[in-house]
Design a protein around this ligand. Sequence first.
Ligand SMILES: [Zn+2]
Ligand SMILES: [Zn+2]
Length: 423
Amino acid sequence: MMQLIFHGGAREVGRSCIEIATGSRRLLLDCGLKLTEQDSEYPIGFSFVNDIDAVFISHAHLDHTGALPLLDHKGMDCPIFATKSTKAITRILLKDAFKIGRINHQHLGYEELDIREVLSCMSRVKVDTKGNLDGISYEYFDAGHIPGSASVFLNVDGTTFLYTGDINNSETRLQHAAETGFPEVDVLICESTYGDREHPDRMKTEEEFLDSVEAALKAGGSVMVPVFAVGRSQEILMVLARRKFTAPIYLDGMSIEVTNLVLDNPDEIKDAKSLSAALKRVKLVKSNADRMGAIRKQSIIVTTSGMLTGGPIMHYMKYLTNDPKNAILLTGYQAEYTNGRLLLEKGQVFIDGVKKNVKCKVRQFDFSAHAGMSQLKALVRAVKPKKVFFVHGEEPSVLKMHEWAEALGMESYAPGLGDVIDV
Ligand SMILES: [Zn+2]
Ligand SMILES: [Zn+2]
């Protein structure tokens, strides 16, 4: 008997957590949380966790790692497999989530000690290197999504599983395209974030982004570039390095720590040399005085958070959104109920709890680190699994991929939250 249990990430983006249960063994693929407007939602259906044998983590994002401390607190005690960068970045993100939870008086259900225990249980995995745990063999493949990200291949009692994690099989400045030379796969568990839509051409996006920076500077304004700390901030620095600008580039917030850490593990990105060179051209903001310095003159400011929900960008927006010469260039998707979404839909943002009208220019660019619909389909076709499960997508995306796979005659599933399916 072998079953897949969908504790989270089923017809939703967030709290990715899938269990492979064999009767004698329990293995988890990721263990994330879902950030909602006021709170965090955790994977469901975990009454007893002491007998979990192993967790395989695909990458550091909180929607794949954020529930680890909670399960630790409930008594989970097993090896947690992750790449070197994933472990290092997870450390930063878990600590930050804990700090923010405390500030917002959330009931997290775990202590700081649990984060330390999770990190001490983390066992390092190298990509393209086979490992073994009590007869289960596993192998990680570069997933091209963020530094350290991987797809997880498992052979459990003769049944082979491939869990894509978040995957990008197109090349970016920062990451190689995902590796796709997998062994034969019985069961494919495939992300579907962009299962119902395509990305615009990447080179065109880069050019338009750089043109927008240049136009704002030429008009005498400054440019704010809100970024996610992991992946996106490094990618944006490398894109900006392609042109010479008259104004200095500042890097602020958690992006600084993460960029240094990414450079500490140069094997897990495509071109550490270029990132390092790009970083040398940048002024690092280390104090409030630096920050005010950047605000007073024409500048390009790259900082967290990517959806304008906190971080130093809040400070910059306070001073720079009133001037129509300035610009905010969003670098990715803006989730519902975020300041970024409010900005796009209503031209307003909350700063220090007060809703403000934004007078500067606003544009959004798609620097996504996920495969688009055609790339996902190409991936599924190349893997040729016996069964495919679509996860990690809003319902329309998941269903679109599922219907496509069924029409091709594949045994396809679009599991719902809490579903238990025999494989
Ligand atoms: Zn991710
Ligand atoms: Zn994700």
